[in-house]
Design a protein around this ligand. Structure first.
Ligand code: PMP
Length: 354
């Protein structure tokens, strides 16, 4: 049995529990002679911005409903944020008391869990992934018993390693971790695994993060999602800034659902390219390991990684050096590009290392 909703609510910071959230004009009235929000009644200054003199609704209702349908959850189980980074930040702000609270992460993993925690003066406990980049379930649970972190951040497929975390272990952690378990699924659409989002119906302490920045190809609109029990979502809505999702973002995101075929096509191509690039990298003598990836990038271990990275950069080919992270000595991470971009990367690596 996972932690109960009541126990979770007790973990919310007292000042947040006591907070009377800001009520924006559109919370109360949506139609009529709207002279309540100090907008500019003359309108926007140029035709392309028509309608943008008005504030958006505090929650983009139509988009929320569309997303809920797509991921098989209820609209009340969806939070829309300015990238999933906003959701990470909000969860830490809601459940961790600055100077006292803590979170648990499993490095090597996405850097923002750590940065967000540090911004709020929250301790970060770390239980590294194993050599095959899987969670150490017992060690995590032991740390949870001694340090009582409020939130466990898991990332699957994991950035920067690319692999899926073992689903059985994730489920065990959701059942036994005495706090919130965040499963960051930024790359889930590139994976063979199904999303865990519908499981928020069963587990009161599960938060699934997703984003429009990767498989949807819309990083520029800054739209991230959190799926969770309505209890958790309501705390997030209480703390978020009033109009976090702007009109243009909501419009573009809704439009994306009319183009799912193209999105699926891009995903399929990226997956094919991922396998092709993995094979090609594996043939280079300097490459020691290409780690199996279910994401839209590849992590690989290569001789003299830092020097190789520098030389690539000088040639205008920009990938990430990841050698400083636990378990990632001499590792580079490359996003899968278009076929000719990938060829350029492979050719450059070949000539640098031979
Ligand atoms: N989670 C992971 C694992 C990521 O790699 C990223 C972006 N690189 C994010 C979240 C943040 O995504 P967004 O653009 O939605 O803020």
């Amino acid at each position: 049995m996972s932690i109960t909703p009541d126990k979770l609510d007790e973990m919310v910071r007292p000042n947040i529990q006591a907070l009377a959230p800001y009520r924006s004009a559109r919370d109360d009235f949506e139609t009529g002679l709207l002279l309540d929000a100090n907008e500019n009644s003359y309108g926007s200054p140029f035709p392309e911005a028509s309608g943008l003199n008005r504030y958006p609704h505090p929650i983009p209702k139509e988009l929320r409903t569309r997303i809920a349908k797509w991921r098989d959850v209820e609209p009340e189980q969806v939070f829309t944020g300015v990238g999933s980074d906003e959701a990470i930040d909000l969860l830490i702000r809601i459940y961790c008391e600055p100077g006292k609270g803590s979170i648990l992460t499993t490095p090597p993993t996405y850097g923002m869990y750590n940065v967000s925690a540090k911004i709020h003066n929250i301790t970060v406990h770390e239980i590294p992934l194993t050599a095959s980049f899987q969670v150490q379930t017992e060690a995590i649970l032991e740390k949870a018993r001694t340090e009582r972190p409020s939130i466990l951040f898991l990332c699957s497929p994991n950035n920067p390693t690319g692999n899926d975390l073992d689903r059985t272990q994730i489920l065990k952690l959701i059942e036994l971790f005495p706090g919130l378990v965040v499963v960051d699924e930024a790359y889930i659409d590139f994976s063979k695994q199904e999303s865990m989002a519908p499981m928020v119906r069963q587990y009161p302490n599960l938060v699934v993060l997703q984003t429009f920045s990767k498989s949807f190809g819309l990083a520029g609109i800054r739209l991230g999602l959190a799926f969770a029990a309505p209890n958790v979502i309501n705390w997030m809505l209480k703390v978020k800034s009033p109009y976090n999702i702007n009109t243009l973002t909501a419009r573009m995101a809704l439009k994306a659902f009319d183009h799912m075929e193209m999105i699926r096509f891009h995903i399929a191509e990226l997956r094919k390219e991922r396998e092709r690039v993995a094979n090609a990298l594996g043939k280079l003598v300097a490459v020691e390991t290409v780690f199996p990836s279910q994401a839209n990038f590849l992590l690989f271990r290569i001789r003299d990684a830092e020097q190789v990275w520098k030389t690539l950069t000088e040639q205008g080919i920009i990938i990430r050096y990841r050698g400083n992270e636990p378990g990632c000595t001499n590792c580079l991470r490359a996003t899968i590009g278009l076929p000719d971009e990938n060829d350029r990367l492979i050719r450059a690596l070949q000539s640098i290392t031979s």
